[in-house]
Design a protein around this ligand. Sequence first.
Ligand code: C5P
Length: 295
Amino acid sequence: MTHTEPAFAKLNLTLDILGKREDGYHNMRMVMQSIDLHDVVTVSTRETPGLTLTTDLPFLPRGDGNIAGKAAARFFQATGQCAPGLAIDIRKKIPVCAGMAGGSSDGAAVLRTLRRLCAPDMPQKELEEIGALVGSDVPYCVRGGTVLAEGRGEILTDLPPLPPCFLVVCKPACSVSTPELFGLVRSKRLRCHPYTAALLSALEQGDLEAAAHRFYNVFEDVLPARYSQVFELKGALLERGAMAASMTGSGPSVFGLFRDEEPARQAAEALAGSCQEVFLCRPVAREDVSSSFSF
Ligand code: C5P
């Protein structure tokens, strides 16, 4: 049996850190959004036991060292089923270490596929709980769409969808270490926090402009000076007409939100010369993540 599944990138419309926990993780409050930039994950069951993992990016880890391999191992531990031979192939489009949950999304696509192939009656909640054993962003990536993520990232509340818009996503050449950035956060000393409740009410009202004004990521406040390109890119996106611009996750990718396609396209073309990778994207709804929607 073979199944191919899109693994969508995510953007943080907001990212707030509420405090450090006793287990070393941080309590978060984040509004997450899936976008149509996606990897393609193919899972095949085979006669020969064991896991093989192939990808078109040679430097990514293989087998259990890859989050997609870890997801497969956790899935069969949780179901108690004897794991069949598995071949996982990942074609990458989402930049790596970029704040867009590329690895987590690949892991989530493996979980959705294994449920489809091996445990079709497994409830969504259980699949997300297995995701939480794989990584903090995986439960959200299993679900997708517009979601409020709290706790470590595993307490999920569905939100009304972001109104139709265009997102220009810029990935500079540098990469940021997520644990290092968390290490720089002193949550009690953060100067500003996103006004998450106001974003939720803007989404409730379907008001794109009011929503855009609430985008905010507290990691920007602790970003070391060597990542100045993040702020240059935000400025460039705003100069080119973005309604809002923000860093996603632990960066370094930055995105700008546009109501209309043409200005977004022009901004993407203008920034392509000064930024390593630039993508013109649209939001993806939850239904399109959980169905076998094929991009
Ligand atoms: O769960 P995951 O392996 O994706 O987390 C990577 C790292 O990010 C953790 O080791 C931890 O340093 C940090 N983290 C955190 N609080 C969270 C999520 C991640 O401190 N809620």
